[in-house]
Each structure stands twice: as structure tokens, then as C-alpha cells.
Design a protein around this ligand. Structure first.
Ligand code: URA
Length: 433
């Protein structure tokens, strides 16, 4: 077998065999195949697609290119959560302590943010001292000790994906269902959990632009569950507007803490309850899972678990009661619009980009972050605003662009209407295995 014949076969629209896919992905993972052949394979797959068998073999081969984390030493049901990425998406930090306070074990390997969507690791890094890299022993210990383990994804998990993902970014082959499925599920299956709840987002701030595409992707992702015999379900939700009010690392952590303290930020609370409910259901819980999730948020047990999580990881837990201990931006600017009306849309992707320019995100992998930078929204879809009302505050220190330009970008994210507008409906469906 040789790489050229595999590329040619896919280029010509033929179905690859399991052997051919294994051979090619092995070569990607162990570095024997060059980037130009990997790129050609990606483009051929992007254009010709893959059937269900090929997608499964691709996922298996990518999974087997690295280590599968052994969580057999963890007592209890381990349930992971994965979001396909959004703007202001801080749900992981809310659901992890909720689920752990309800007795689930929550193992999560996460990444840093790049582009307009933020990364969980960057948000946790906004807490001084918080340890975000755990080796496998420490990861298992953390799950047994406090019910949560979160670590930067290691180099040993699905290395073939690491190489392919970097190439997809620069070869216009990101938005392909088989490639996304292989990429997400190889990493998630490698993490060794018993269950997985997927938060598949659609809208202008997400990968998938329409609900139909998100549903299709969710079905493909779920169909990979038998590879490791895990239980998977997916929430489909709308990411046209940012999630919650805060976008930026320290700002988002403050909002997480406020929600855990009982602040009713409706979309964050609604999605968190739905995800924790799904996690409980996957674990075999037969009681009223929604009620259990609501209670653990309301009775302070999730907040107590968050406190324990921060302290266990040597983070500065005093931030929970004193937000001035978070990294702070040195400057702020209030942003108003020259019009009155009902807010009919807050374009998530634009707000995400503006947050990157403020210093909260990266334009290139090597960029350093300003943890205090970002955007606080003061309104959401459906709210009425008067001319001159501040709709957002921009926080910055050394921004990546002129702050006036960023402010202009933020103004452009708002759409107003003379007629009243209903709030954005976030969760549109749940897809179960
Ligand atoms: N996230 C991933 O990890 N991979 C993809 O292909 C898309 C989103």
C-alpha cells in the first residue's frame, strides 16, 4: 500500500477500506507521511466525503494514534462534556461543580482558545495559581478526591488529529462532517469517560451555521459512541448571540461565580441545567434530573464544590468572594448606540472578534493574553434601549487594535428593531443515542 494510491482513490470518489485508512492515519500520527500528502488527503476527503464506515474507521484510527486514558481507577460514573465552541461559552465551569456535587465524576481535557471562540484553559488560567496541567495519575486522583479533573489536553492524545487539525486550518478543510467527527470523537473517546454530553452549537458564532447542520453533526458524533461503548447525547443550541453577558477570561469567571451564587443569567442557567440533567440520565439516574440539577445550583452545593475545585488546584480561592483579586484591565470604555429600539440581535462572532482585539483572545497561537480584557454586555436580545444608553463596556489594557476601532466594531454587532423582539431561544432540541 502506498499513500498516493489512497489519495487517488479518495480523489476519485471511491470508498476507502479500513486498512487504507489505518495505513494513512498511522503515517500521519507517526510523522512518516509529509504534510503535502496529508493536505491532499484532507482536500480529497473534504470534496468527496466519507460514508459511515469510513468515518468510523477514520475516528478509530485517529483515536488509536495515541494514548487512551485509563480511568478504570475512578470510582463512579465518569461523564465528560464537549462544546463545539461559542462566544462567552463558560458552561464547563458551571456544570463541572454542579455534576460533581451530584456525585458524578467529571473528567475534562480542554484546550486554549484561538480565534473568536474562547478556551476553557484560558478561563481557568485567569485564576491566579490554578493548575491546568495534570498527568494521568494526578487526573485520576483528582476525580476520586473531588469529582472533577480538568487538564490541558496532552500531546499523547490523538496526535494524528493534532497534525491534521493544524493542516485543516490552513487548507480550507475545517467544515467537513467526517473530518470534524473524526477530530472531535477521537479526542473525546481517548479521554476514557463512560459518558459524554455534546453541546452542539449553531449560528453566526458557531462552526455550524444552521440548526439542520448542527443536528446532522450531532447525529454523526453520537454514531461514533459504539467505538468505545460509551453513552452519548447531544444538546443543540443557538449561538447567534453571545452566551451570558461577559466575554473575556476573568470577566467570564466572575460570571460563572455569580451564577453559582444564584444570579439568574437565564441562558447560562438553562443550558447548564439541561447538560447536567443529560449527564445524570446517562449515568442511569431515574429520578427527576432537572429538579436535581436546579437544586444543586440553588442550595449552594455547586458553589461549595467550585470552591473546593479551585483550592484543590492551588488556585486563589479568595477571588470567589473578592473579584478585585482577578486580573483587571487598566482602562474601560462605555459603548452607546446612536439610536433607540429593541435589541434584535447581538452578533456573536463580531463580539468574539472584538474580545480578541481587546487582548482577551489570540490571533496567533503564540499570542499572550490579557486576562482582564474583554467585553461586558449590558443588554440582550429583546431589551429596549434609549439613545445614549451604554450597551456594553470594553475592558482593555494594551489592546491589539485601537480601542475606538474596537468600540466601532462592537456597535456594529447590535441590531435594533422598532418592534418588540422575543428573547433568543437557546436550546432547540436534544438528540439521544
Ligand atoms: N473541534 C475539534 O476539536 N475539531 C474539529 O474539527 C472541530 C471542532
Amino acid at each position: 500500500m502506498d499513500p498516493v494510491s489512497v489519495i487517488r482513490k479518495k480523489r476519485d470518489g471511491e470508498v476507502l477500506s479500513r486498512k487504507e485508512i489505518n495505513f494513512f492515519i498511522d503515517g500521519i500520527g507517526n510523522g512518516t507521511l509529509p504534510d503535502y500528502q496529508a493536505a491532499a488527503f484532507l482536500m480529497a476527503t473534504y470534496i468527496r466525503g466519507m460514508n459511515a464506515d469510513e468515518t468510523r474507521w477514520l475516528t478509530e484510527a485517529m483515536l488509536n494514534s495515541g494514548e487512551v486514558v485509563d480511568l478504570s481507577g475512578v470510582k463512579g460514573f465518569t461523564c465528560d462534556k464537549h462544546s463545539t465552541g461559542g462566544v462567552g461559552d463558560k458552561i464547563t465551569m458551571i456544570i463541572a461543580p454542579m455534576a460533581a456535587a451530584l456525585g458524578l465524576k467529571v473528567p475534562m481535557y480542554s484546550g486554549k482558545g484561538l480565534g473568536h471562540t474562547g478556551g476553557t484553559i484560558d478561563k481557568l488560567d485567569a485564576i491566579t495559581g490554578f493548575r491546568t496541567t495534570l498527568d494521568t495519575d494526578a487526573f485520576v486522583r483528582s476525580l476520586n478526591d473531588i469529582g472533577i479533573a480538568n487538564s490541558m489536553q496532552t500531546e499523547t492524545i490523538a496526535p494524528a488529529d493534532k497534525r491534521l487539525y493544524a493542516l485543516r486550518d490552513v487548507t480550507a478543510t475545517v467544515d467537513s462532517i467526517p473530518l470534524i467527527t473524526g477530530s472531535i470523537m477521537s479526542k473525546k473517546l481517548a479521554c476514557g469517560a463512560d459518558g459524554l454530553v455534546l453541546d452542539v452549537k449553531f449560528g453566526n458564532g458557531a462552526f455550524m451555521k444552521t440548526e439542520k447542520e448542527a443536528r446532522e453533526l450531532a447525529s454523526w458524533l453520537i454514531s461514533m459512541a459504539p467505538i468505545r461503548n460509551i453513552r452519548v447525547s447531544a444538546l443543540i443550541d443557538n449561538m447567534d448571540d453571545p452566551l451570558g453577558y461577559m466575554v473575556g477570561n476573568a470577566l467570564e469567571m466572575m460570571e460563572v461565580i455569580e451564577v453559582l451564587k444564584g444570579k439568574p443569567v437565564i441562558d447560562l442557567v438553562e443550558i447548564s441545567i439541561a447538560i447536567v440533567g443529560e449527564m445524570l440520565q446517562l449515568s442511569g439516574e431515574t429520578g427527576d434530573v432537572e429538579k436535581m440539577a436546579k437544586e444543586v445550583l440553588a442550595n449552594g452545593r455547586a458553589l461549595a464544590k467550585f470552591r473546593e475545585w479551585v483550592a484543590y488546584n492551588e488556585g486563589d480561592a479568595t477571588i470567589i468572594d473578592d473579584f478585585s483579586r482577578f486580573p483587571q484591565a487598566t482602562s474601560r470604555m462605555e459603548i452607546a448606540l446612536g439610536q433607540a429600539g429593541y435589541v434584535s440581535k447581538i452578533h456573536a462572532k463580531i463580539i468574539g472578534e472584538a474580545a480578541v482585539y481587546s487582548g482577551a483572545g489570540r490571533l496567533a497561537k503564540e499570542d499572550t493574553l490579557d486576562y482582564g480584557a474583554g467585553i461586558e454586555l449590558h443588554v440582550r436580545r429583546g431589551d429596549w434601549i434609549e439613545v445614549g444608553d451604554s450597551v456594553a463596556t470594553l475592558y482593555y489594557s494594551k489592546s491589539r487594535r485601537n480601542p475606538d476601532e474596537i468600540a466601532q466594531l462592537i456597535r456594529g454587532a447590535f441590531q435594533l428593531s422598532e418592534k418588540s423582539v422575543p428573547p433568543l431561544k437557546r436550546i432547540v432540541s436534544t438528540i439521544r443515542q
